[in-house]
Design a protein around this ligand. Structure first.
Ligand code: NAI
Length: 425
């Protein structure tokens, strides 16, 4: 049986204190969640609801969970990746009234899924996922709960992909908001968040420089664009690999070298995958790589770099630094994998995930989606739904107000013009 995190720590009090400190720091820099907290504490919109969450359990996520509890929800939370949990934050969160936290760092697959089941055991009426593991487990193993679930919200690209595939197969039995696809999330979190935090995590884990390095970015989607731009900003030479012609062209027009991985493999010093796909770097690429390369993945699952093939090729493997595993080839070359091929910005020992301000936006959208499900859940059929634009605008307006940024309103004449088709040349 899975028990809450605090029962598994040597010194739960110290862990709680440290976790609380991290949460307080994050909260100070999350004006959107702070504004929503005022509203939720007054209105208690989630009273009687059970929110089940499977997300990266670190300080920013904890502020979201605490916010939902402050709005009256019973919250049960676990991780969405065995290496991204901060145990101290999980412990501090578990101490919050109305919250039970099951996330623990470094658990094996069995314990990971047992914790998801423990969350489901609370009987969620709303699910908040990052990668869709919770939705999948409910549909596969607890379909009897579906009737009492109002809906869900999904944080990331891979989760939305999986949900759309499930929806296309007619298997998704309750409505889920694609939080990932909103402008307030994806134009900031995927681009700036992934770009900044992946580079920061790689630099801190390796103590190596970007300047003068050749950085190969696989995938030029939202995350890839951020990683490429920030790496170029650190004076690296950036090579992009793509499979989608328009994105390859976009990368080319941005001034990056675009080439197949088969060619890029022998040129790169650092490889960062951001495709959300599998088998992006495989045996033929390992064979062409230079000694000392760094291999990092920023996509959701740990299948972008084929670690099984790498293990088979290696004559030796050892921990070169904390969070860096070296694979030594028969010819003496060493290929270094960061964070076991898992999300590099969240899963190295020093990783902190996205900057706080960015997650304030993403989680602001999550919070208003949960509110929308409680208030208007009946209006949404089972399936994947775009987040209503007015909710995304609401979050943007809160943020602009907090930053003291003023902007223009359309005049009546402008609004009418934009809506009309009659004015031509
Ligand atoms: P996206 O769909 O905008 O971009 C993915 C790109 O990869 C597409 O342009 C696609 O054509 C390309 N691609 C697919 N297969 C490829 C291959 N074999 N070789 C080269 N390119 C290939 O998706 P987005 O939003 O950039 O997300 C990418 C991944 O990152 C997803 O798994 C997502 O869940 C994850 N993610 C990770 C975050 C983090 O904190 N590290 C934050 C947000 C998203």
């Amino acid at each position: 049986m899975t028990v809450p995190i605090t029962a598994r720590l040597d010194d739960p009090d110290a862990a709680r204190r440290e976790g609380r400190r991290k949460m307080d720091w994050a909260r100070q820099h999350m004006p959107i969640l702070d504004a929503l907290r005022g509203e939720f504490e007054a209105d208690r919109p989630f009273a009687g609801e059970v929110v089940g969450m499977a997300m990266h359990v670190e300080a920013k996520t904890a502020v979201l969970a605490e916010l939902l509890a402050a709005g009256g929800a019973e919250v049960a939370i676990t991780g969405c990746n065995p290496l991204s949990t901060h145990d101290d934050v999980s412990a501090a969160l578990d101490a919050v009234e109305g919250v039970t936290a099951y996330a623990q760092r470094g658990v094996d697959e069995e314990a990971y899924y047992a914790a998801i089941e423990a969350v489901i055991g609370h009987g969620p009426s709303i699910t908040v996922d990052d990668g869709m593991d919770l939705v999948a487990a409910i549909h596969e193993d607890y379909p009897e709960l579906i009737d009492s679930i109002v809906g869900g919200a999904e944080e990331t690209t891979t989760g939305v992909h999986r949900l759309r595939a499930m929806d296309d197969d007619g298997e998704l039995a309750y409505p889920v908001f694609a939080v990932n696809d909103t402008p307030m999330k994806r134009l900031f979190d995927n681009v700036h968040g992934t770009g900044e935090s992946s580079l920061a995590s790689i630099a801190m884990t390796t103590n190596l420089s970007w300047a003068g390095r050749t950085v190969v970015v696989a995938g030029y989607g939202y995350c890839g664009k951020g990683v490429a731009r920030k790496a170029a900003g650190q004076n690296a030479d950036v090579v992009v690999t793509e499979v989608e012609p328009r994105r390859a062209l976009e990368a080319h027009m941005e001034g990056y070298d675009v080439k197949p991985m088969a060619e890029a493999a022998s040129e790169g010093d650092v490889f960062i995958t951001t495709t959300g796909n599998r088998d992006v770097i495989v045996e033929e690429h390992f064979e062409a790589m230079q000694d000392g390369v760094l291999l990092a993945n920023a996509g959701h699952f740990d299948i972008e770099v084929d670690l099984d093939a790498l293990s088979e090729l290696a004559v030796d493997t050892y921990e070169a630094r904390e969070g860096v595993r070296a694979y030594e080839m028969a010819d003496g070359r060493r290929l270094n994998v960061l964070a076991e091929g898992r999300l590099v910005n969240l899963a190295t020992p020093v990783a902190l995930g996205h900057p706080v301000e960015v997650m304030d936006q993403s989680f602001g959208v999550q919070a208003v989606c949960v509110r929308e499900l409680v208030e208007n859940g009946d209006a949404y059929d089972p399936g994947v739904h775009e987040v209503p634009d007015e909710l995304d605008r609401e979050v943007a307006e809160i943020k602009l107000a907090a930053e003291g940024v003023e902007f223009d309103d359309l005049t009546e004449a402008q609004a009418e013009y934009m809506d009309s088709w009659e004015h031509g040349t």
